[in-house]
Design a protein around this ligand. Structure first.
Ligand SMILES: [Zn+2]
Length: 234
């Protein structure tokens, strides 16, 4: 294997490792949490709280109505029992009963509105709860797929690292240093460029025929005069 070919193989492994590691970190982020799921969870909690508050309000109105009914029944019984003989007292009691009954009518309207509100909120809460259950199922399914993908990638990374180690033993320290220095400078991490159709596949520069020959036979390393990468021709 020529020097350039060894470095090219190293490049293929490193590019594969870069891709795998990038995907692994994406997977970790996806597994850590899902904004859509969190949003659905918050909505469900809000709906549940709104229903709870409205139900408590309805219950309180029902108790008020019950108390008022009891009071009206008591006062009516007193009025019609014949125990009160004083006309002024009877008139006062009659007036008080009228006021209580008016209040009862107003309370009925409030009760009706509160019941409608609870009904509406109960439907909302059910819808949110179902949406949350679905979102949780989806997240669990997605997570299972992601974990399987992660396990596969980890095995692949282990394999690549072993191959890399073996390959590096056949490359001189000087070539490895050069490769690492070029790779560190390139945003895409590519230090070795293949010559395709007579041009550097990374930058498109056309190297001289002497350089192409050098990239082929590889006694010395050929460097692209434009992008500075090590050239390799298959
Ligand atoms: Zn180039």
């Amino acid at each position: 294997m020529s020097r350039a070919e060894s470095l090219y193989r190293l490049q293929l492994l490193d590019s594969e490792l870069d891709r795998a590691r990038k995907r692994l970190s994406e997977i970790e982020i996806l597994l850590a949490g899902n904004p859509a799921l969190e949003h659905t969870r918050a909505e469900a909690a809000r709906a549940e709280k709104a229903l709870r508050l409205a139900s408590a309000e309805l219950k309180s109105l029902e108790l008020d109505a019950q108390a008022l009914d009891d009071k009206i029944a008591g006062e009516e019984q007193r009025l019609y029992s014949g125990a009160i003989r004083n006309p002024k007292e009877m008139l006062d009691l009659q007036h008080e009963l009228d006021v209580l009954k008016q209040r009862r009518v107003a309370l009925d309207e409030q009760l009706l509105a509160a019941m409608e509100q609870v009904e509406q909120l109960r439907a909302d809460e059910l819808r949110c709860r179902q949406a949350l259950a679905q979102a949780e199922r989806n997240f669990a399914d997605d997570s299972a797929h992601l974990r399987a993908e992660r396990d596969k990638l980890k095995v692949a990374v282990e394999g690549h690292l072993e191959q890399r180690e073996a390959l590096c033993r056949s490359i001189s320290a000087r070539d490895l240093d050069l490769y690492a220095a070029i790779r560190a400078k390139k945003p895409n991490g590519v230090a070795v460029a293949l010559i395709k159709a007579g041009a550097c596949s990374q930058c498109g520069e056309t190297p001289s025929s002497q350089l192409v020959q050098q990239a082929h036979t590889g006694a010395a390393l050929a460097i692209c005069s434009n992008c500075g990468r090590i050239l390799y021709a298959q």
